[in-house]
Design a protein around this ligand. Structure first.
Ligand SMILES: *[C@@H]1O[C@H](CO)[C@@H](O)[C@H](O)[C@H]1NC(C)=O
Ligand SMILES: *[C@@H]1O[C@H](CO)[C@@H](O)[C@H](O)[C@H]1NC(C)=O
Length: 421
């Protein structure tokens, strides 16, 4: 009896003290220092040596697009060498040390965030260090994270991912792993494997977001939660009339070997395909989504969705029509009416992608580099990215611009600390 009483007393007292300690901690960071030392204090909360500190680069000035500061970032680009996959394997070999040294133990959500848990599906295949940075930027101990790595990934990369999941209890590897081929059904299956594992999780998440290894958040978890609450059970994704893209499912596609960049990819044959089952009306979008738990449950249980998936097996890039089409099926949770206008990438806030052929028209030019018509962002886009209103940036790569990622990390951390104080 006495012990029970003591336990109850303790469970009341411990949260009180830890809140007090966190408050004191946050206050010292936010109030105790002048501008100069503020940067250093923020810096000391980061894991790796900060290039911004080493080279005296001020992220607020980058945000203000001051030419001298942007120029400095261009110089740093050339000399960047990031940690290897082996380094991540090594870092995660001692978990007690890793969660502290890499800052995961210091992350805590507010009550508001904890009552609205999120799930993430990360389909990744290389650059373990960047995956770890992405994970840290979206990490909350009350959320849940599924990592699907490619069967073709290197052994070091696989070990690094296993290391991360060993150290973080709410991060796991998908129970079934695919050999992911470009534009092929395997990409969609990787996602579905994570989705069904996440449905089994004891975390009763409200929404799921899918990311790839070159995404980076533009919103804190708290900001994301308040945006998601406003969706009121709707899903967030592109869904447009197909136009020319009809070709993708009018013919049977077969995997072909490609000596160039991708190992294999689906190629159109002359064999015509029957129309989709159940009179499904086709729409196209992107592979990225934010889905409600109810919608995922529908996809798992509905024979229509299962039939549609098997019909999609031999289509081109099925992940770009699977979700966009299912969300328009009459009666689904969070349905978008078939008669509703197109939902384009400007309306769907999940991912901010900059296409080379829309630059100048829709947005300012890329200040990083293009990879297959997609911009890999540079530091001078920091302000544009953070103010656009979308949730995740695609693509980032420290080998193209390490300063952009550091400044995104810094700005997000600032926002998190300010909203807490
Ligand atoms: C960083 O830049 C901002 C805005 O340009 C400026 O207000 C601030 O004083 C600078 N901080 C340091 C430490 O130089
Ligand atoms: C492995 O980690 C230890 C301790 O964290 C460190 O001293 C050592 O240099 C690391 N080795 C490599 C190859 O990263």
């Amino acid at each position: 009896m006495r012990r029970f009483w003591l336990q109850r007393k303790l469970t009341k007292v411990i949260p009180f003290f830890s809140t007090l300690i966190i408050l004191v901690y946050v206050c010292t960071i936010v109030f105790s220092n002048e501008d100069d030392s503020r940067l250093n204090t923020l810096g000391s909360m980061f894991v790796r040596p900060r290039l911004t500190i080493k080279h005296g680069i001020n992220c607020s000035a980058i945000y203000d697009m001051e030419p001298v500061e942007v120029q400095k970032s261009l110089v740093v680009r050339k000399s960047y060498v990031g940690p290897s996959d082996k380094n991540v394997v090594n870092a995660t070999s001692d978990c007690d040390r890793f969660v502290v040294s890499d800052g995961f133990d210091a992350i805590q959500g507010s009550e508001f965030e904890r009552e609205f848990p999120l799930a993430y599906s990360l389909v990744v295949h290389k650059n373990a260090d960047l995956v770890e940075r992405l994970l840290r930027a979206i990490y909350m101990p009350h959320n849940v994270y599924c990592i699907h790595y490619d069967q073709k990934s290197s052994d070091d990369f696989k070990s690094a991912m296993q290391g991360l999941t060993r150290c973080l209890p709410n991060v796991f590897i998908a129970s079934k792993l695919e050999r992911v081929q470009y534009a092929d059904i395997s990409r969609l299956k990787a996602e579905l494997n994570c989705l069904s594992d996440l449905m089994e999780s004891e975390v009763k998440w409200k929404y799921i977001i899918n990311l790839c290894g070159q995404d980076f958040p533009l919103r804190t978890n708290a900001e994301l939660v308040s945006d998601l609450k406003m969706l009121k059970g709707k899903n967030m994704m592109e869904s447009k009339r197909p136009g020319e893209k009809k070709q993708r499912w009018s013919f049977h596609h077969a995997l072909k070997n490609d000596k160039a960049e991708y190992h294999e990819y689906p190629v159109r044959t002359s064999e015509e395909k029957p129309p989709p089952p159940h009179n499904i009306e086709m729409f196209v979008g992107s592979a990225y989504f934010t889905l409600s738990r109810e919608f995922v449950l529908f996809v798992q249980r509905s024979p229509l969705a299962t039939d549609f998936l098997s019909w999609s097996e031999d289509t081109y890039s099925p992940d770009e029509h699977f979700w966009a089409t299912l969300v328009r099926v009459p009666g689904v949770p969070g349905e978008v009416l078939r008669s509703d206008p197109d939902i384009t990438e400007l309306h769907s806030k999940t991912h901010l992608v900059k296409w080379s052929y829309l630059e100048e028209n829709l947005y300012p030019p890329c200040t990083g580099e293009h990879i297959r018509a997609v911009c890999v962002y540079g530091a001078a886009e920091l302000r544009w990215l953070l103010n656009y209103g979308h949730w995740f940036a695609n693509k980032v790569d420290p080998n193209i611009d390490p300063i952009l990622i550091e400044c995104l990390e810094e700005k997000l951390l600032e926002k998190r600390l300010i909203s807490k104080s």
